[in-house]
Design a binder for this molecule. Structure first.
Ligand SMILES: CC1=C(CCC(=O)O)c2cc3nc(cc4[nH]c(cc5[nH]c(cc1n2)c(C)c5CCC(=O)O)c(CCC(=O)O)c4C)C(CCC(=O)O)=C3C
Ligand SMILES: [Fe+2]
Length: 383
């Protein structure tokens, strides 16, 4: 996005509501809740944060120590909370600009502000029903149901909590995809001339156990299928702009867990080496699995994978994450208004691009199952 905009108003969605004449109806919702992962903010937070994340998950001790080092390398501070603060500010501006007067709250699964504390505050403020936007775009146990379980846990702790609905998956919402396309184009433009034309696009996401991918979504395999669909759409749109069809792959970072358990591969570092070995002149890493610059992005990609690229002499750039791109921020408003209309029993366009349609509002029963057994989860059709 250009840094300065001639218009003070946030972007309207291209084929929707070009001018706001009256306040859009957000009923039955009286609040929006941003739900995120959470991260440490100082060195003393790192170990308790990791304990929160990994409680009962059988992550090897060495892996925890290693991940702790990633955080210490950045002063014990994850970027994720500041990114969420920026996102909240942008979201509030966007809503205000669209004439929507709706309080926006923020709660995390694994660090302060914890979900339960936020729900208590919402109840005290008289909020009765809120739409939840999760900073995780794809289907899988870790990226969807676990968030829903944590909402159920928080509500169990706060009986007076408002009723909560999870806004649908948005990996294929045009506001997210367009932000990724422009970031990819910008990163391609930064590659040295000799590396650009034949450059590969490596779409990077968080690895998960293959078994978790196999059971993701209602029919299995949704995690990978959704990433592949977004990647293809980005490649097609980049081609429309540049005239070049860059070869692409979906690759992975941040594998953890026990070594004998298979996780999605290839690892981004191995992939870079393979590209180099086959004479590819350059690569753009597109962190399509992350909506902002999480630790995985600043450590696994900017630090580790960039060091690999340098070591093997492969020209590489990392595309920006969607972050606070105005189109991504406006996508949240679109999803909120869409769901509000659905809950009022009205018809409304459900924006989606690429090979997949807009997904469900309530997660199907049994989708993205917990590998450790069934637990209560909110926002499902069976909840
Ligand atoms: C799919 C997925 C996303 C993307 C969707 C989403 O955004 O939610 C994601 C995001 C994140 N994961 C994060 C941090 C961690 N994830 C861990 C562990 C794990 N993640 C997994 C999956 C995912 N994780 C899995 C299958 C595990 C194994 C243990 C388990 O089954 O739970 C561990 C433990 C140490 C380790 O094993 O690495 C940490 C510290 C942070 C915060 C980063 C920051 O501070 O900026 C964020 C945004
Ligand atoms: Fe994770």
């Amino acid at each position: 996005m250009p840094a300065s905009q001639s218009q003070p108003q946030p972007h309207p969605q291209p084929d929707e509501q070009p001018t706001v004449t009256s306040s859009p109806d957000t009923g039955p919702y009286d609040a929006l809740l941003l739900v995120s992962f959470g991260g440490p903010e100082k060195p003393d937070d790192v170990v308790p944060f990791l304990e929160n994340v990994t409680r009962g998950r059988g992550i090897p001790r060495e892996r925890l120590e290693e991940v702790g080092q990633h955080y210490y390398l950045f002063g014990g501070r994850s970027p994720i909370n500041d990114q969420n603060r920026e996102f909240l500010a942008a979201l509030r501006e966007d809503l205000k600009g669209a004439g929507i007067d709706l309080p926006v709250y923020w709660g995390n699964r694994n660090w302060d502000p914890y979900l339960a504390d936020t729900l208590r505050r919402m109840a005290a403020d008289g909020i009765s029903r809120a739409a939840c936007f999760m900073t995780s775009a794809y289907s899988s146990y870790s990226s969807c149901r676990q968030y829903r379980e944590n909402l159920a846990d928080a509500v169990a702790e706060v009986p007076e909590a408002p009723r909560l609905d999870k806004l649908r998956h948005y990996f294929n919402h045009p506001g997210f995809v367009e932000a990724v396309v422009d970031a990819t184009l910008a990163a391609l433009a930064e590659l040295p001339d000799v590396a650009r034309e034949g450059a590969h696009l490596a779409f990077v996401t968080h690895s998960i156990p293959t078994a978790m991918n196999d059971t993701s979504g209602p029919d299995g395999g949704a995690y990978l299928a959704q990433h592949r669909s977004v990647a293809q759409e980005v490649v097609d749109r980049v081609r429309e702009e540049t005239g070049r069809r860059h070869p692409h792959e979906v690759v992975f970072c941040s594998r953890s867990g026990a070594p004998h358990v298979p996780w999605l591969e290839p690892d981004v570092n191995d992939h870079l080496r393979a590209l180099r070995d086959s004479g590819v002149p350059g690569v753009v890493m597109v962190p399509v699995g992350f909506v902002s610059d999480h630790m995985e992005v600043i450590y696994d990609l900017d630090t580790e994978a960039m060091a690999t690229a340098e070591e093997i002499g492969l020209p590489a750039r990392r595309a920006a994450t969607a972050g606070v791109d105005p189109r991504f921020v406006a996508a949240v408003r679109d999803l909120l208004l869409e769901r509000a209309a659905v809950e009022r029993g009205e018809e409304r366009r459900r924006a989606a691009v690429g090979s997949m349609d807009a997904l469900w509002d309530r997660c199907p029963v049994g989708c993205c199952p917990n590998p450790r057994g069934d637990r209560p989860a909110l926002c499902g059709s069976g909840s």
